[in-house]
Ligand binder design. Structure first.
Ligand code: AMP
Ligand code: ZN
Length: 474
């Protein structure tokens, strides 16, 4: 596929779909706001991380060398966007009866384990906020020198009235906000949109994490970490900055404010924002009991890649509605894809050839503002097309899988082995299988799911194919 990259992206800053032009030929710099590691990441968060993964994979697929930076927020992200309330990490520490460091390390480890299961490629650089305190302090000092800051009793604030175009990313109606749209919780702030660069440690609280720069013991605000780390690793200006839509009005708006106050010009060319994930058409919320985790999905017997596949059915900028019916359909679709490929495997040629025609169609879809629903349609059209021989289909699908990340070859090969040979299972696996068959006959799905997990724990995979249960070693 020797095509000059022609990638179109919707840029939140211009509100237009633009043709992508890199700053440096053949290279791109990408920054994605990463997890605040105080609790489990939800499937909503993972929708956004899969979106980041797609940007990374699609640019690599187009031949770019991608430098992908993602932060780990392990300090300073307060429960409220208004610079009030507790630091999420300190809150997590209290909840768990551990130190903030222990909590951060635990959830960071979990984040990587779950990302790996979702085939999210690791970023080139993963950076923790707490490892970059001096860089953040330096930035705040520069802002201070340039006259953009003021001090209140609880911290150092950025004075947004000093910036003519503050709020341009979100086209914030500053006047409207002033008239009361956003409830002001801090009377010491000069402007409603001003935000904390540094917060002093509360007098009545023993914080786990704090530092002592010249203006007082405390911790950095959340926005400054992303400004400091993105520019440290990607330099400025850099190509792309991504996150979900909720970050537009405050977090990314404030990052832009800090950067442009320091550098005097635009520091990021393309701002990309993914839509939210909803559950049963409603906002996800811990109190609603619908803030599902990846483990909630796997507990119900879905492979994490089924969730990955499900996210591709909705364009990244649209809200995505998660339902158990939708993930069930995704499971069926993905299973059908693996099975169809498995059936083609015996016809695989030693020297596989890619189909340029289908390769171009796929490329056109993914380069059209990362249009994955369109890309999936190309995949299925190709799979169903009778005029393309199996060997070409396989080679072309494997190539597409560099973007899809669905491990098509691995799963199809496992299935194909399963379909062709009757491998002998260890006695214990056989016994659980029989017990599971009985549970399934009685439609006791809870028990059958539990037994499936027992089999999986022994290193075997369970597939219910055309009413029959097949088990094979992973
Ligand atoms: P947090 O851990 O809260 O800092 O969020 C990490 C990332 O997940 C951010 O980019 C958020 O914008 C994103 N995010 C949070 N909730 C959702 C959701 N329901 N759907 C999609 N993305 C989300
Ligand atoms: Zn960020």
């Amino acid at each position: 596929m020797d095509i000059k990259p022609n990638i179109k992206l919707f840029n939140t800053l211009s509100r237009e779909t633009e043709k992508f032009a890199p700053i440096k030929d053949g290279k791109v710099g990408l920054y994605l706001c990463g997890p605040t590691v105080y609790d489990y990441a939800t499937i909503g968060n993972y929708r956004t991380y899969i979106f980041g993964d797609l940007i990374n994979r699609i640019f690599s697929y187009n031949g770019y060398k991608v430098k992908y930076v993602q932060n780990i927020t392990d300090v300073g992200h307060l429960v409220s966007d208004e610079d009030t309330g507790e630091d999420k990490l300190e809150k997590g520490a209290r909840r768990e009866g551990k130190t903030a460091r222990e909590v951060a390390d635990y959830f960071t480890k979990l984040y990587w384990a779950e990302s790996d299961k979702l085939n999210i490629k690791r970023p080139t650089i993963s950076c923790r906020a707490t490892d970059h305190i001096p860089e953040q302090i330096e930035m705040i000092k520069t802002l201070e020198e340039k006259g953009f800051t003021y001090k209140t009793s609880d911290g150092i604030y950025f004075d947004t009235s000093k910036q003519k175009d503050y709020g341009k990313l979100a086209t914030l109606d500053i006047k409207g906000l002033k008239e009361g749209a956003r409830v002001e919780a801090n009377p010491e702030k000069k402007n409603i949109t001003d935000f904390a660069l540094w917060k002093f440690s509360p007098k009545n609280e023993n914080r786990h994490m704090e530092w002592e720069p010249p203006w007082g013991i405390g911790f950095p605000g959340w926005h400054i970490e992303c400004s400091a780390m993105s520019i440290k690793y990607l330099d400025e200006p850099f190509d792309m900055h991504a996150g979900a839509v909720d970050l537009i009005p405050v977090h990314h708006t404030n990052e832009i404010a800090q950067n442009e106050a320091i550098y005097g010009h635009k520091t990021v060319n393309y701002w990309l924002h993914g839509g939210f994930l909803m559950v049963d058409g409603k906002k996800m919320g811990k109190s609603l009991g619908n803030a599902y985790k990846i483990s909630d999905i796997t507990d119900k017997g879905f492979d994490p890649l089924v969730f990955r596949y499900l996210t591709f059915n909705t364009h990244y900028r649209q809200p995505m509605n998660f339902t158990w019916e939708a993930i069930e359909s995704s499971k069926e679709a993905l299973s059908k894809l693996y099975k169809t490929v498995a059936k083609m495997l015996p016809n695989e040629d030693d020297r596989p050839k890619l189909s340029t025609e289908w390769g171009d169609k796929f490329l056109e879809a993914i380069n059209d503002d990362l249009n994955m629903p369109k890309a999936l349609a190309v995949v299925w059209e190709l799979v169903k097309n009778d005029s393309v021989d199996s060997s070409t289909k396989l080679a072309t699908l494997y190539k597409f899988d560099e973007v899809l990340g669905l491990d098509i070859k691995k799963y199809a090969t496992n299935l194909s082995e399963l379909m062709t040979q009757d491998s002998k299972l260890p006695e214990i696996v056989d016994r659980i299988k029989l017990e599971r068959d009985v549970a399934r006959q009685k439609k006791d799905w809870q028990k059958s799911d539990k037994l499936r997990r027992n089999i999986e724990a022994l290193g075997y995979r369970v597939e219910d194919i055309d009413g029959e249960t097949k088990i094979y070693k992973i």
